[in-house]
Design a protein around this ligand. Structure first.
Ligand code: KG4
Ligand code: ZN
Length: 356
């Protein structure tokens, strides 16, 4: 089965061609760097950029795959959650292509896409628990079987990726901060600064990162570690530091980054460990952009090994937003005989459980 996947839920315009379960023939992602000037994604700019890139990106994916659109067995596009104006570009184009070609269309839930990135690596084991951690989502999902999702916990405020991005931004790391945050944190001492872990009700598998964000800001301000914001550079957010400047920060700044990363890793890994124990499963998965974080993978592995559970993580390029994961989730539904009507609309928010 040949499926074209389309993903435009946030600031990446992506298209991929997938043959059967995991033969990714093409996986094209055009990232919108222009948002860096503003320190975060500007929804109106994102949708205009998607409009500009979507046709060339789909064409490039078909060309790289050596596939004609007439050869496709179906088309899958992200329907939500995400930025409405951005989602509408990929979803409308996917539906029109399917209508024009007379092929089945399937709308995909973005989080199911992130989870199914794991299927692109190998058949998933069931039952399992998945920790979905991205720029917009942080949730623990119990999967008794393929396509069945039961939420065990979720963030009550910021997502894990948002915590990396917002603390990173305070110190001048351009958006999205995650990868550079991880590299710079590697130069610091993770135990140097005591930052808070949210203590929710006993037994809760929810998360909260807003207190950590405030605590990090207070430490940075108190110790005079925030960059000088009085001298804006053209084409750059006032607080952005160049890569050279980031490498020349005071050693204490790396300690704050390392300690903040440690607080996030601690919260995520202990809750995943508790969720796996509570669900009584032997397999755990990570999904979403933050799953690319090395110290997080290592800590989860270490904790889960103690209860003889295995951790599975997709390679970094499949953790961050891409369309191969959307094609994979779409192919699963199409194979099961499901498709969406062309009246399907985009949605900004919506739980995974009640999606299909
Ligand atoms: O899944 P994704 O590409 O987009 C969303 O659906 O949000 O995730 C992007 C998020 C950003 O917040 C980014 O800073 C974070 O993933 N991220 C990381 C790393 N790589 C990406 N966070 C921590 N460590 C990383 N290595
Ligand atoms: Zn995502």
């Amino acid at each position: 089965m040949l499926v074209l996947g389309i993903e435009t839920s946030c600031d990446d315009t992506a298209a991929a061609v997938l043959r059967d379960d995991r033969d990714v023939l093409a996986n094209v992602v055009a990232s919108q760097l222009t948002h860096r000037e503003y320190g975060g994604v500007v929804p109106e700019i994102a949708s205009r950029q998607h409009l500009k890139h979507i046709v060339p990106v789909i064409q490039a994916a078909l060309d790289r795959a050596g596939v004609r659109s007439a050869d496709l067995d179906g088309i899958a596009a992200t329907a939500g959650p995400g930025l409405l104006g951005s989602l509408l570009v990929g979803l409308s184009l996917g539906k029109s292509l399917a209508f024009g070609l007379g092929k089945p269309f399937i709308g995909v839930h973005h989080i199911e896409g992130h989870i199914m990135a794991n299927w692109l690596v190998a058949d998933m084991h069931f039952p399992n628990v998945v920790l979905v951690i991205s720029g917009g989502h942080t949730q623990l999902v119990h999967m008794p079987a393929l396509g069945v999702f039961e939420e065990m916990g979720a963030t009550r405020d910021d997502a894990a990726g948002e915590a990396f991005d917002k603390i990173g931004k305070m110190i001048g790391i351009p958006y999205p901060a995650g990868p550079q945050f991880e590299r710079l944190a590697g130069r610091g001492d993770a135990n140097a600064v005591l930052l808070p872990r949210a203590r929710l009700e006993p037994g809760s598998l929810d998360f909260s990162f807003s207190g950590l964000k405030t605590a990090a800001r207070l430490v940075l301000e108190r110790e005079g570690l925030v960059p000088n914001t009085n001298v804006p550079r053209i084409g750059m957010a006032a607080s952005d530091r160049t890569p050279e400047e980031l490498l020349q920060m005071s050693p204490r700044a790396y300690d704050v980054l390392a300690s903040a990363q440690e607080a996030i890793v601690d919260a995520l890994s202990t809750k995943l460990d508790a969720a796996v124990a509570r669900a009584g499963v032997r397999h755990a998965y990570l999904a979403g952009g933050v799953a690319a974080n090395g110290p997080l993978r290592a800590r989860c592995n270490e904790l889960l090994a103690r209860q003889s559970a295995s951790l599975h993580v997709p390679p970094p390029r499949l953790c961050t937003d891409n369309a191969a994961m959307i094609a994979c989730a779409g192919a699963f539904h199409l194979r099961a005989g499901r498709s969406s009507g062309l009246g399907l609309n985009a949605f900004a928010r919506g739980p995974l459980e009640s999606w299909l």
